[in-house]
Design a protein around this ligand. Structure first.
Ligand SMILES: [Fe+2]
Ligand SMILES: [Fe+2]
Length: 162
């Protein structure tokens, strides 16, 4: 069975007592990540079609390629910061974080997500864009990242945000 399957996860706490200010900060960071993904989506005029970049002019294609590269850099920086904030918060709020199954699984999952985005999704989307398939590259990144973050929130972050 997939090691990330919810059935395999230990019984995590119903919630962790964090301050309203800390909770708000995490929510705001999640909103910022979502806004970044929306901006990426709205870069592409063909996002909701299955059409590639043929209908766009050379200038628009170059602009989308540039924005995709900026997104890749900025987004990685943003999620690294966000994961560090969550981990720092858990260290502060849990009595013995290094012995805590929730903390260890949550931290390991942050590492795994970063690796998946950095080592798989970014190279894949870069290659597609270099081959003139920038619309498909944008769709891939937006859809995959949205999917893995939604699952991560359900499995882990919700225990901080309740
Ligand atoms: Fe998070
Ligand atoms: Fe998290």
């Amino acid at each position: 069975m997939d090691e990330r399957s919810p059935a395999m996860l230990p019984p995590f706490p119903l919630s962790i007592a964090i301050s309203e200010g800390d909770r708000l900060r995490i929510v705001q960071e999640h909103d910022r990540l979502t806004a970044f993904l929306h901006d990426l989506q709205h870069t592409c005029s063909e996002f909701d079609t299955s059409v590639d970049c043929k209908r766009c002019g050379r200038e628009k294609m170059a602009s989308c390629q540039g924005l995709l590269v900026s997104f890749q850099f900025d987004f990685i920086e943003l999620i690294e910061e966000h994961f560090e904030h969550e981990e720092e918060l858990m260290r502060r709020c849990l009595a013995s974080p290094e012995d805590d199954a929730y903390f260890r699984h949550h931290q390991a999952e942050h590492t795994r997500l970063l690796q998946e985005i950095r080592n798989v999704l970014i190279p894949q989307s870069t290659q597609m864009s270099h081959h003139g398939q920038t619309a498909a590259a944008i769709r891939l990144l937006q859809e995959k990242i949205t999917e893995i973050f939604s699952q991560h929130t359900l499995d882990f972050d919700q225990h901080l945000l309740k």
